[in-house]
Ligand binder design. Structure first.
Ligand code: DGT
Ligand code: CA
Ligand code: CA
Ligand code: ZN
Length: 579
């Protein structure tokens, strides 16, 4: 659906209008339309085709025209005009954590800030902190946001890059002469952020394929175009550009090229050393004994000739994958997942009902699903009061009885409060089959009279009803640093209290991250991979969590979600009865 994309365009128009000093009414009408578009359940492109856009609440004739224009042409005049009128560097300022359209408008109008460089100057000179309504504290926050953004080095989150890569790969596959396409590079390894996208294709005539590639309709800029390689950029939904490299390879070298361009560089260096020790040569064209190409068409062949198993791409980081003891047979796959144990519904801040989530989970072949809505202190997420939660427990049980073929568990995502206590009393937690406990507030260091995030987490794990710690470090990739958490202590206490740690699969979180998940399994801690879905489509994010688990070498026996429903219920009851 094009809805989310148009919603972002309208949101951007509202922001730029506000910066440009347009009247509030106009700004708000775009903002409202953006929200309506984001939440609309019908495909806006269909509504446009049927002339029914004005059926949407808050969408008048003018907005409908602009939506129709975007659907037909991919452009909206108002946005083009605003972009032409305002400095090119302003939209980038909106991406800085702590900066919103109001603050961008302020620095633009009062201090003539036109981009990141001039923003840094007015922060350093102290001019910015003197502006009315800003002050030292908010400027400090913006400076930190800027530093954080720069330390992420313009890298794109896996979930965003993968969707672009898959779209591009599909289009490349349709080009004349192309026989085979694979996504390589850091995406194939499943890294949490991606520098650029690497795609390989097999074709005889490289030049014509590269020419066709660089002329595809989504190309924003062409960086290079040659006989075997083309480099382009595509526009990203949230702003900014992502580079995509295409390499055209002949059939007999395809496996070698796939191996080489999957990387990582560190893994490749080790592999090349192994070839050299046998007096062979390894490069992107093949494995050579003198002039003889002894492997090249098939990737697995290269590893086999070097007496290695086909090392899964996610483990190619030179982190122990060459260990002769290493086996990869039991590495978890998406097919091993039997259910999701942390999803939200309309009862708190989700978009779908218990029944809708249950049916969507069943469509994925799942055998169980745990409904874990927010607890009462998460007020911005419409957390449930004790009274509402008591009714919700009944509603989940009723839904479970009504839908056969999937076991819907009663759960909650219970806040861990600043003093380390839980947001619901034990008797209510005891009504749940599963409790995910998470920190959502006061994520800073703690301090006088307050518990640190580590101590809060440990206090929660002591509670016999807490099954899982949700998104343990609280990070948002490229947006918010992890809490200051003593991960080794948390893992040790999880092991002692038999608490499971989550690998939150949302591409914005991936929390625990790969290295932490590896540490946890090393300590014998069980993991649970959950999407935290707020919408039926959100269930699809499980792949990112599984990829992260694979990067940690996790096997299916180490993951709660791979158990049968009966074994799962038994496992969940075990902690309660052991204390
Ligand atoms: P990225 O794009 O920063 O997320 O990370 P990668 O791993 O996709 O790196 P990229 O795009 O620069 O190169 C793709 C692969 O090509 C890389 O994983 C391994 C291979 N490669 C690139 N440069 C070298 C090199 O200097 N030596 C070796 N052995 N391999 C290289
Ligand atoms: Ca890359
Ligand atoms: Ca590259
Ligand atoms: Zn949460």
């Amino acid at each position: 659906m094009i809805n989310a994309e148009i919603a972002r365009v309208f949101g951007r128009i509202a922001d730029l209008l506000e910066i440009d000093g347009a009247d509030r009414f106009r700004v708000n009408s775009y903002r409202r339309a953006s929200r309506v578009l984001k939440e609309a359940s019908d495909d806006v492109a269909d509504l446009a085709a049927e002339g029914r856009l004005t059926d949407l609440p808050g969408v008048g004739k003018g907005a409908a025209e602009r939506i129709a224009q975007y659907v037909q042409t991919g452009h909206v005049d108002v946005l083009d005009e605003l972009c032409a009128k305002l400095p090119d560097g302003l939209p980038a300022l909106l991406e800085i954590p702590g900066m919103g359209p109001k603050k961008v408008a302020l620095v633009y109008n009062e201090l003539e800030v036109d981009g990141v460089d001039t923003l840094k100057q007015v922060i350093a000179s102290g001019e910015m902190a003197k502006l009315p309504g800003l002050g030292a504290a908010s400027v400090k926050k913006i400076a930190e946001g800027l530093a954080f953004l720069e330390s992420s080095g313009g890298r794109t989150r896996l979930g965003e890059a993968l969707l672009i890569a898959e779209e591009v790969a599909d289009r490349v596959a349709e080009l004349p002469g192309v026989k085979r396409v694979e996504i390589a590079g850091s995406i194939r390894r499943g890294k949490e952020t991606i520098g650029d996208v690497d795609i390989l294709c097999e074709a005889a005539d490289g030049k014509s394929v590269v020419e066709a590639f660089t002329s595809l309709d989504f190309v924003k800029r062409v960086l290079a175009s040659g006989a075997t390689k083309g480099s382009i950029t595509v526009e990203q939904r949230g702003g900014g550009e992502l580079q995509v490299d295409l390499r055209v390879v002949e059939h007999d070298a395809f496996g070698a090229a796939l191996q080489y361009f999957t990387g990582s560089k560190e893994h490749n260096v080790r592999l090349r050393e192994m070839a050299v020790r046998r007096k062979w040569r390894l490069n992107e064209y093949g494995l050579y004994d003198g002039d003889d190409r002894i492997a090249g068409a098939d990737e697995a062949d290269i590893y086999r000739k070097l007496d290695l198993p086909l090392i899964p791409a996610e483990l190619r980081e030179d982190r122990g994958e060459f260990d002769p003891e290493a086996t990869f047979d039991d590495l978890i796959t998406v097919d091993d997942i039997r259910g999701d144990l942390h999803v939200h519904t309309v009862a708190s801040d989700g978009k779908n009902t218990i029944e809708e989530m249950g049916l969507a989970a069943m469509a994925l072949g799942y055998e169980f699903l745990a409904i874990c809505d927010h607890s009462k202190s998460s007020t911005i997420a419409n957390g449930l009061s004790i009274k509402r939660m008591e009714r919700h427990v009944e509603d989940i049980r009723t839904a479970n009885e009504a839908i056969t073929g999937i076991d819907i568990l009663v759960g909650c995502e219970c806040d861990i409060l600043p003093d380390g206590s839980l947001d619901y009393p034990d008797d209510l937690l005891g009504e749940c089959d599963i409790v995910v406990a998470s920190i959502h507030s006061a994520m800073g260091k703690g301090g006088k009279g307050k518990l640190s995030p580590t101590d809060r987490t440990i206090a929660a794990m002591e509670n016999p009803y807490v099954s899982i710690i949700g998104h343990p470090t609280g990070r948002l990739i490229n947006k918010r640093e992890a809490m200051e958490l003593d991960i080794a202590r948390v893992i040790a206490e999880a092991s002692r209290t038999k608490t499971i740690l989550e690998i939150n699969a949302s591409y914005q979180r991936l929390d625990l991250k790969d290295l932490h998940a590896r540490q946890a399994r090393g300590a014998g801690v069980m993991l649970s991979i959950n999407t935290d879905a707020h919408h039926v489509d959100g269930l699809g994010a499980i792949r990112f969590g599984v990829t992260t688990a694979r990067r940690a070498g996790v096997t299916k026996s180490e993951v709660l979600n791979c158990m049968t429903p009966a074994a799962l219920r038994k496992k969940l009851a075990a902690k309660r009865h052991s204390t």
